[in-house]
Design a protein around this ligand. Structure first.
Ligand SMILES: Cc1cc2nc3c(=O)[nH]c(=O)nc-3n(C[C@H](O)[C@H](O)[C@H](O)COP(=O)(O)O)c2cc1C
Length: 177
């Protein structure tokens, strides 16, 4: 009986340790990626962190596309507000982004390229407007130097989250095995 209790308690402790060390970082303008990020956080017991720009993106879609095009063309990484102080405690970081011009949104590129994720397992997921994930996952691996990037990410159209919960659970399990 004592042995069984020890095993049960041990498993519970192990499960909560995994949960405590997982973060979901995301950027979102119109809420689609935020919704997906919330599903991932709930499925994995992870903490949520919203990436925010120091200077927010313009409100009009046309202006957003123009600015994103310019930033991607000249390699600008727009400054973001500080990430959580305790970020070093997370081993696994899910990173959510809208697809922008076939790649990760520029604020997410800033986060990926910052070096803060070095040595961590990074699992990307994206929402898009019909073009699919495009180069997002491969670009995540290129930008995040020294990270263990899972390139089999998840992508969803608009605010749809089909299969996301299962994918998140499976991805976390594989990452900690
Ligand atoms: C600047 C910009 C560029 C975009 N480029 C693409 C694209 O290349 N392919 C695509 O399918 N959708 C594209 N979209 C649509 C967004 O990826 C899609 O609406 C996404 O779900 C928005 O996420 P959010 O609500 O979290 O901001 C673009 C949107 C913006 C604002």
């Amino acid at each position: 009986m004592k042995k069984i209790l020890t095993i049960i308690l041990g498993s519970l402790l192990f499960a909560s340790t995994i949960e405590a060390k997982t973060l979901v970082a995301y950027y979102s303008i119109t809420g689609n990626t935020q919704k997906a990020a919330e599903v991932v956080a709930e499925a994995t017991g992870a903490d949520l962190y919203q990436i925010e720009l120091v200077t927010p993106y313009p409100p009009e879609y046309r202006d957003q596309v123009a600015l994103a095009k310019k930033e991607l063309a000249d390699g600008t990484l727009p400054p973001i507000k500080p990430w959580p102080e305790n970020i070093s405690q997370y081993y696994v970081v899910f990173v959510g982004s809208p697809v922008w011009l076939g790649t990760m949104a520029t604020p997410v590129r800033t986060f990926l390229a910052s070096g803060v994720l070095k040595g961590k397992t990074v699992i990307p997921f994206v929402t898009h407007g019909g073009g699919g994930a495009d180069n997002c996952f491969i670009d995540t691996a290129k930008l995040c130097e020294g990270c263990e990037v899972e390139t089999d990410g998840w992508s969803g159209y608009g605010s749809m989250t089909f299969g996301l919960k299962k994918w998140a659970e499976k991805s976390l399990k594989e990452a900690v095995e």
